[in-house]
Design a protein around this ligand. Structure first.
Ligand code: GLA
Length: 402
């Protein structure tokens, strides 16, 4: 028997639309961006500091256009830590000329010429996590420089802060600097806060950023916890579940970039990781070597029916609606009145999991069409419940439509 947690799902559908519209309007950063969770690629999970250079970034952008990722919605090409080296005598941020011999402006022009957008990384404190210059004291100067280069997206980290530095006011300062840069150039800049959930940003960051990291750094593993705060997939979803109501169009919880294709998990686990991120309405930033990925990895990142769950226009973050030990059911309301449902098996053996209509906020008698999104097969019209065999560390992901 599956145990039911406190009931949190059965919001009447039209009321949900009204609420999501008005909560978002009152608490979201109004820069018009990220109406659905941002999608793209980020250099860090695969290339870290030493592997980042202009060649990798151009090759990634070229491949995203050629392999259908751009058409599937992956538009941001984001340089993480280590693109920068120092400041010049006037305090301007200086890109690493060895790694980026053509400069950031030329790279931005190249990425824009492909119909893609470019992101950069900085830090609230004196230095980034990899000890490159941070933005403290240079927020307006940096924002103007980013805008002049044509930057579309900024991630701001939380390393090397001053003792007692306040997160909300520090990120507000950069938000204001970006807004001023946008006013001058007309180019809006998506703002991604990265303070790892340390100060509960879901409580205050809605009017400041388009997304906020809610957890420590993701690790390329299913179930692991590092003493310094690194998390596996299951550790992250457990932390995202209780804060689902804070996400919405323009302002998203960020469970960190994808590890799909980086080699530390099985294909089944990567499929589950991607499915859960989509159900959580998470930003989908691929974190692998796009130019050299396997067919399995590509088929996960390019599953358009799963991406559509992430990009659903109502912008509801899904959450867990039932748990029985390692067997769980997660559900997300969709704009068409349907539900995305994940049957998640965290155990070491295959198991049958059954989702009842009551779990997902439907009357038991309702006839609804069930489609399996990884099999890409319709399973017919069903009332009451739907059950399936789920592999160990795997999911069955369904789209249910009355
Ligand atoms: C922190 C962030 C990561 C990455 C690295 C770069 O750990 O959380 O996402 O940006 O810094 O140094």
């Amino acid at each position: 028997m599956l145990r039911r947690p406190a009931r949190r799902v059965a919001t009447f559908f039209p009321l949900a639309i009204v609420l999501s519209c008005c909560v978002a309007a009152a608490h979201a950063l109004e820069n018009g961006l990220a109406r659905t969770p941002p999608m793209g690629w980020n250099s860090w999970n695969k290339f870290a500091c030493d592997g980042l250079n202009e060649r990798v970034v151009r090759q990634t952008a070229d491949t995203m256009v050629a392999n259908g990722m751009k058409d599937a919605g992956y538009v941001y090409v984001n340089l993480d830590d280590c693109w920068q080296t120092s400041r010049d005598a006037a305090g301007n941020i200086v890109a690493d000329a060895t790694r980026f011999p053509s400069g950031i402006k030329a790279l931005a022009d190249y990425i824009h010429s492909k119909g893609l957008k470019i992101g950069l990384y900085t830090d609230v404190g004196t230095m980034t996590c990899a000890k490159r210059p941070g933005s403290i004291g240079h927020e307006y100067q940096d924002a103007m420089q980013y805008a002049a280069w044509g930057i579309d997206y900024l991630k701001e980290d939380w390393c090397n802060t001053l003792p007692g530095q306040n997160a909300e006011s520090s990120y507000t300062l950069m938000r204001n600097a970006l807004a001023e840069a946008t006013a001058k150039t007309g180019r809006p800049i998506l703002f991604s806060l990265c303070e790892w959930g340390s100060n509960k940003p879901w409580l205050w960051a809605g009017p400041i950023g388009n997304m906020w990291r809610s957890t420590g750094d993701i690790q390329d593993c299913w179930d692991c916890k590092k003493p310094w705060g690194g998390n596996g997939v299951v550790q992250i979803i457990d932390q995202l579940d209780p804060i689902y109501s804070y996400a919405g169009p323009g302002h998203w919880n960020d469970p960190d970039m994808l590890e799909v294709g980086n080699g530390g998990m099985t294909t089944e686990e990567y499929r589950a990781h991607f499915s859960l991120w989509a159900l959580l309405a998470a930003p989908l930033l691929a974190g692998n070597d796009i130019a050299n990925m396997s067919a399995d990895t590509k088929s996960i990142l390019l599953n358009k029916e799963v991406i559509a769950i992430d990009q659903d226009p109502m912008g509801i973050q899904g959450h867990r609606v039932r748990k029985d030990g390692d067997l769980e059911i997660w559900s997300k309301q969709l704009a068409d009145g349907g539900r995305a449902v994940i049957l998640l098996n965290r155990s070491a053996a295959p198991a049958k999991i059954s989702a009842s209509w009551d779990d997902i906020g439907y009357p038991a008698t309702l006839q609804a069409g069930v489609r399996d999104l990884w099999e890409a097969k319709d399973k017919g019209k069903v009332a009451g419940s739907y059950a399936a065999e789920v592999p160990s560390h795997g999911v069955v992901m369904l789209r249910i439509k009355p």
